[in-house]
Structure formats: structure tokens, C-alpha cells
Design a binder for this molecule. Structure first.
Ligand SMILES: Cc1cc2nc3c(=O)[nH]c(=O)nc-3n(C[C@H](O)[C@H](O)[C@H](O)COP(=O)(O)OP(=O)(O)OC[C@H]3O[C@@H](n4cnc5c(N)ncnc54)[C@H](O)[C@@H]3O)c2cc1C
Length: 474
């Protein structure tokens, strides 16, 4: 049945994308149109997750709103499957499709900072490293992701967890407006005052409602130097370290955001060679405030136990943003499972300690984001984002370079996840979902929010034209 419908889709795409149709499209399109056989095709269909290997019939690399409208109308008139690509940095691989059209925003990298108003307008092809570089030219930043080569588009639309969030909220909490091309090719601006229902859905509802062609963000004074870095403890002391960590962050100021990573120490140049390959608990910290205040805030963390390494120091904000980049290179295979948890209970710590280092590959890891602060103070119903009650998002990340490791990597992730689920709030961060089915998407939002999102989907995309995402079914 599935094979038959794939064949039908392929036939329809071939008919819809004949030379005459493409020649007509090319007359109205300013960007690149990339097809199978073109020299750029393989690079254009590749995304961050090397486990995703899909072959679109066309990659329409847009230069601006007019190209996006043209591509949307072209695909719509021909009933073609459509994927939206921002940074191409999503584990589920929804930025690329088999057959169909990729509406590729990756070349749209403009950014305009208004230093007086402390705002920035940014196009959807920007990656966080590029965004931060421009914002830091004015001593500003907005909360973004922790890997500089993640796209601003998908991250913002799903929520946005990062080093500044406990002080300044999620990325989507700092969104002031968004320009959107809807499923019928119309242009609208969504903000608190214009299409407020759409603005609500864009902040956490992902790519379900249209193609965002620009994002307007609130900026904050950050850096250029912040107190930030990592402390490493041996995994053998994980229970003590995580117990201490839980009690320590219970009274941490909002300026301090921490992230825990459970893994084998990577062969990173900033770590002493003796630590490389050792099972470790990594506690990362970033203080979004004066360095001297930060020193006082992290003092108890530095005093605890006998760390293998303490690399927390005054450091450029942009350097800290790139600290974890080497742990998530493009092209390796990735498989994730994630849950939000309300606290790090003793039983959960035991579960983490029991599973985290049964790794199949040394590149795999578990990452624990630290929420609360400004994230928890926002109105939980004020945006589509879930779940502001959570204390942490736990993400189990299997990573491999050899395909032979896939079954064992998936088994490790799933076993660990099954053990984690009893401690979950019942919700999961949509941006950390793989292709996990409708129940997981519903569960990510909870019934009431999912139904509200469905009402919005019926208004802005009743035919589910934008369906390659964590899909809200109209
Ligand atoms: C290594 C790694 C680290 C990460 N770290 C963090 C982190 O620190 N914090 C965090 O919150 N998340 C993080 N994420 C998750 C990240 O937020 C999502 O993967 C996000 O989807 C990436 O956005 P992108 O634009 O790069 O992805 P893409 O794959 O290009 O897009 C993903 C989806 O977003 C939608 N989309 C993209 N662009 C548009 C657009 N212009 N208009 C409408 N819809 C669009 C589409 O539905 C698309 O399928 C990380 C992911 C990875 C792989």
C-alpha cells in the first residue's frame, strides 16, 4: 500500500515537473532551481542528520518573499509534496522530502539590527552563529540554541532553549513579529497586534502555518565577555554530582543557565589529553550578567567535589556559543529520544547513571537542559510552546559514523527512554522529536493546546499543505 502510494506520488511529481512547467517556473523565480542530475543536487538535498537520505524532485532555493510565494503557488497548483528548509538542522529530517519540492530558505541570510530599539530583523536562512555575530557587533544577543550551526527558523518556531533562556526567556518569547507566506501564497505579518492567533501558533507550533520569511526579535545587552564554560567530574561520582547539582540550581539566579551532558569526554583540544575518552559528567554554565556577579554565583559549583577540569572563565559570548559545536558535526547518523522532567529526583538520577554510559559509540551522549527562571514565568497559554512547568528537558542522543552501529544505537536510546518515561511530565519538546508519530505530537502539546492548534491549522492551512513537520492535523 505504502509502496503503491509512493509510486503514485513519484508519477505525479514527474508529470507535474515536466520541462515546460519548470521553464515556466524559472521565468518567475530569481533563485536557483536544482534538480536531480545537477552538480549541486547532492549537496542541496543533504541535511545535518546524515541518516536522512531523501531525493526531492526539485530544490527551489529562494532569494526572498517573491520566490517563496512563487514556489508555494507552483507546488500548490500541482499538488506537490513540500518540505521547508531553514538551517537543515532537525533530527527528524523534515527539511527534505522524497519527490516533491524543497522550499529552501538557506540562502536568505539578511539581518538588520536596530541598536537604538534593540531589535533585529533576520531572514530564515541564518544560523545561530551568524545571527550572534551580527547582534554582538552591537553588544546584543537574543536567546538562541547551543550549537552555532543550528538554523534560527526551525529553532524559533519550536520554542528555543539556550544559554540565555533563564534570564531572557525562550527564543520564541523574544519574537516580536514574523512575516509569513501562507499556504495560498498570501503574505501576512503576525505579531501581538496583527493576526495574533497566528502569532500565538508560530511561537511553538513549528512550521505548520506557513513559510516564515523574516523574524523580528527583541535583543538584550549581552557580553561581549560572559562568565561561562564547563566543569567535568568523573562518571563514577555521577550520583553525588547530580544530587549536588540539583540542590545547587534550586537557588540559582535567573542569570545562570546550566546544561549537563553525560558522555565520554571528547578529544577536544580544550580538554587535557588524560581526560579524553573518560566517562564524565559535564556541567556547562553561562552567566548572563556582570562577570564578578557570575563568579559569586558559580563559586559553590566550583568548590564541590574534586573536578577533573574547571574551564569556567570570562570568555567571549560567541566563543561560548560554539563550545559544543564539535560534538554535533554534520553528516553523522543521529537518533534522539526526549522527555521533559519536573525535577531531578534521586530515582531519576539513578536511572540516568544506570543508562547514560552504556554507550554504543563514544560520540553518543545525554543532554539535560535547565529550564525555569524567565521560561517558567511566561504565561503557559500565551504561546503554543509546551512545557513551561518542566525543570529540565532530557535528550538522549545516539550518534554513529558506521551504519553497522545503527541497531545497537537505536536499542540503547529506546531502552534508556523507556526507563526515563516514568519520570516525564508527559510532554516533550517538539524540536527534539524524531519521526515518532501523531501520539507523540499530541503528547508534546497536550490535548487542549493541540486542539487549539488544530483550529488554527484549519484557518491557515486547511488542506495540510505544510505537513512535513511535527504535524498538527487539521
Ligand atoms: C545538534 C543540534 C543541536 C540543537 N540544539 C538546540 C538547542 O540548543 N535549543 C533548541 O531549542 N533546539 C535545539 N535543536 C533543535 C532545533 O531547534 C531543531 O532541530 C530546529 O528544527 C532546527 O531548525 P533548522 O531551521 O535548522 O531546521 P530545518 O530542518 O531547516 O527545519 C526544521 C523544520 O522547521 C520548519 N521550518 C524551517 N524553516 C522554516 C520557515 N522559514 N518557515 C516555516 N517553517 C520552517 C519546517 O517544518 C522544517 O521541517 C538542536 C538540533 C540539533 C540537530
Amino acid at each position: 500500500m505504502a509502496a503503491k502510494s509512493a509510486l503514485e506520488t513519484e508519477r505525479r511529481n514527474a508529470a507535474a515537473l515536466d520541462d515546460a512547467a519548470l521553464a515556466d517556473l524559472a521565468r518567475h523565480f530569481r533563485g536557483e532551481l536544482i534538480r536531480p542530475g545537477d552538480p549541486q543536487y547532492d549537496a542541496a538535498r543533504r541535511i545535518w542528520n546524515g541518516a536522512i537520505d531523501r531525493h526531492p524532485a526539485l530544490v527551489a532555493r529562494c532569494t526572498g518573499v517573491a520566490d517563496v510565494q512563487t514556489a508555494v503557488r507552483f507546488a500548490r497548483e500541482r499538488d506537490l509534496l513540500v518540505a521547508l528548509r531553514g538551517g537543515g538542522h532537525n533530527v527528524a529530517g523534515t527539511a527534505v522530502c522524497d519527490g516533491g519540492v524543497v522550499i529552501d530558505l538557506s540562502a536568505m541570510k539578511g539581518m538588520w539590527v536596530d541598536p537604538a530599539a534593540r531589535t533585529a530583523r533576520a531572514q530564515p536562512g541564518l544560523l545561530w552563529g551568524e545571527f550572534d555575530r551580527e547582534a554582538q557587533a552591537f553588544g546584543n544577543a537574543t536567546p538562541g540554541g547551543i550549537i552555532t550551526h543550528t538554523g534560527i527558523a526551525g529553532l524559533t518556531l519550536g520554542g528555543g532553549l539556550g544559554w540565555l533562556m533563564r534570564r531572557y526567556g525562550l527564543t520564541c518569547d523574544n519574537l516580536l513579529s514574523a512575516d509569513v507566506v501562507t499556504a495560498d501564497g498570501e503574505f501576512v505579518r503576525a505579531s501581538a497586534g496583527e493576526h495574533p492567533d497566528l502569532f500565538w501558533g508560530l511561537r511553538g507550533g513549528g512550521g505548520n502555518f506557513g513559510v516564515v520569511t523574516s523574524f523580528e526579535y527583541r535583543l538584550h545587552p549581552v557580553g561581549p565577555i560572559v562568565l561561562a564554560g564547563v566543569i567535568l567530574h568523573p562518571a563514577a561520582r555521577a550520583r553525588d554530582v547530580l544530587g549536588f547539582y540539583r540542590d545547587y540550581i534550586a537557588s540559582a539566579p535567573d542569570e545562570l543557565t546550566t546544561i549537563v551532558v553525560l558522555r565520554m569526554a571528547p578529544p577536544a583540544p580544550f580538554l587535557p589529553p588524560g581526560v579524553h575518552g573518560q566517562p564524565v559528567v559535564v556541567i556547562g554554565a553561562c552567566y548572563a550578567g556582570p562577570v564578578e556577579e557570575g563568579e559569586r554565583a558559580v563559586a559553590p559549583l566550583r568548590r564541590f567535589g574534586d573536578p577533573l577540569v574547571d574551564l569556567i572563565r570570562p570568555t567571549p559570548y560567541v566563543s561560548h556559543q560554539g563550545l559544543f559545536d564539535p560534538t554535533a558535526p554534520h553528516g553523522l547518523g543521529y537518533y534522539w529520544k526526549s522527555e521533559y522532567v519536573p525535577s531531578l529526583s534521586d530515582a531519576l538520577i539513578d536511572t540516568l547513571a544506570a543508562h547514560a554510559w552504556r554507550l554504543v559509540t563514544p560520540e553518543s551522549y545525554t543532554i539535560i537542559f535547565h529550564l525555569g527562571g524567565a521560561v517558567g514565568r511566561e504565561d503557559p497559554e500565551g504561546s503554543a510552546f509546551e512545557d513551561r512547568r518542566a525543570a529540565h528537558a532530557v535528550n538522549i542522543d545516539a550518534v554513529w559514523s558506521e551504519p553497522a552501529r545503527v541497531p545497537a544505537c537505536i536499542a540503547w536510546t529506546r531502552d534508556f527512554w523507556e526507563a526515563l518515561r516514568p519520570y516525564s511530565t508527559g510532554r516533550v519538546y517538539v524540536n527534539f522529536l524524531g519521526e515518532e508519530g501523531q501520539d507523540r505530537v499530541r503528547g508534546a502539546y497536550g490535548e487542549a493546546k493541540y486542539e487549539r492548534l488544530q483550529v488554527l491549522k484549519r484557518k491557515y492551512d486547511p488542506t495540510n499543505f505544510f505537513r512535513l513537520n511535527q504535524n498538527i492535523r487539521p
